[in-house]
Design a protein around this ligand. Structure first.
Ligand SMILES: NC(=O)c1ccc[n+]([C@@H]2O[C@H](COP(=O)([O-])OP(=O)(O)OC[C@H]3O[C@@H](n4cnc5c(N)ncnc54)[C@H](OP(=O)(O)O)[C@@H]3O)[C@@H](O)[C@H]2O)c1
Length: 325
């Protein structure tokens, strides 16, 4: 099968399409014939040598895909050959075929184009696991999403609005801010021009955010704590602004706040299964009736994977970049 590997860590030119043996479905696994695979920031980090796959995962890039079940391994009860599906992967999506545990597979949402669905699972599962399962965002609460124009951000805005929350975002360009407003964001702040702590205070009569979904890590930690409402929950999912920062526990304590950080890729199979199952029962009807729509910035054939990565390197994408097989 054709698959993308990293020759030597580096820029997009480090990526090569090579021929690899087809994967075989192990116990409780299925093999998916991949139709499309999403490109994620994590893939860029892996390409640069900053993010190794978890033990046992494929070296081939790619954390999410759409496709059709090609074969099933021993003990698989949930799927049969020919089922149209989407998969949450620990790796291996940038390939014609990928093996994945059956619990990490979901049906293709009703009516969704399979290419669009290639960019669905990693972002939907990440937003669901962090904003809804971990931070327990409630209707009427206020969510701040950093990087609102990202693959993750565009999904977080839509899901939070669909479940009745108020949403503020940060982004670094007018085009991204406008896209966030169109997706339903109540307040969109250009982080190059506005201090988001002040902007949020002004927009919430001084209350702040009940939940913050953060992609910046260290660079935003102190300001995020300052932006939290009482009983607020800060969930860090990205470290684009570094890993080490000073945390004022007094400020956190005064707000009865909490800070958590979660990675999805390395979670045990059972946890991923719980997330996928909860995600599907809670949101698949909303994808089917198009309340929720994955935002696709661009699609590229697998051969143009370097071009696809250049888009993420430049951060010019609004929503997802997707590879087609
Ligand atoms: N923990 C997990 O399980 C998990 C899973 C998936 C993704 N993630 C993380 O979630 C984040 C988004 O992932 P993605 O694949 O959707 O990436 P992406 O589309 O490449 O988005 C990254 C975003 O970061 C924004 N950004 C850069 N500097 C910023 C700043 N100072 N303040 C606010 N935003 C800033 C960029 O927007 P501008 O152009 O506006 O600067 C860009 O939209 C990444 O950090 C990724 O590692 C974590």
């Amino acid at each position: 099968m054709r698959a993308v590997v990293v020759k030597e860590p580096g820029g997009p030119e480090a990526l090569d399409v090579v021929d690899l043996p087809d994967p075989v479905a192990g116990d409780g696994e299925v093999v998916i014939d991949v139709v499309a695979a999403g490109v994620n920031r994590a893939d860029v980090l892996q390409r640069q040598g900053h993010y190794s796959p978890p033990p046992g995962a494929s070296d081939v890039l790619g954390l999410e895909c759409s496709g059709v079940i090609a074969s099933v391994g021993p003990g698989v009860t949930a799927w049969k050959v020919g089922d149209p599906v989407v998969g949450l992967l620990a790796g291996g999506g940038y390939a014609e075929k990928v093996a994945v545990p059956q619990e990490q597979v979901a049906p293709l949402p009703e009516g969704m184009d399979p290419v669009t669905a290639g960019g669905l699972m990693e972002v939907a599962a990440t937003v669901w696991a962090n904003v809804f399962m971990a931070a327990d965002l409630q209707p009427g609460e206020r969510l701040l999403v950093h990087g609102g124009g990202s693959g993750i951000g565009t999904m977080a805005i839509q899901m939070a609005k669909a479940f009745g929350a108020w949403v503020a975002v940060t982004a670094g360009s007018e085009a991204k801010l406008e896209a966030c407003r169109e997706l339903g964001a109540d307040v969109a702040m250009n982080y190059r021009e506005i201090d988001f702590v002040e902007g949020l205070r002004a927009a919430t009569e001084g209350r702040g955010a009940d939940v913050i979904l953060d992609n910046m890590g260290a660079a935003y930690l102190q300001r995020n704590v300052a932006a939290l409402a009482h009983d607020g929950r800060l969930v860090v999912i990205g470290l684009q602004g570094g890993v080490k920062a000073e945390l004022n526990l007094g400020a956190l304590l005064a707000k009865r706040g909490s800070v958590a950080a979660f990675g999805l890729r390395g979670r045990p199979r059972a946890q991923k299964g719980e997330i996928v199952s909860d995600l599907v029962s809670s949101t698949w009807p909303l994808f089917a009736d198009q309340t929720l729509n994955p935002v696709i910035h661009a699609t590229f054939p697998l051969e143009d994977v370097r071009e696809a990565h250049r888009v993420l390197d430049e951060s010019s994408n609004i929503g997802k970049v997707v590879l087609t097989l």
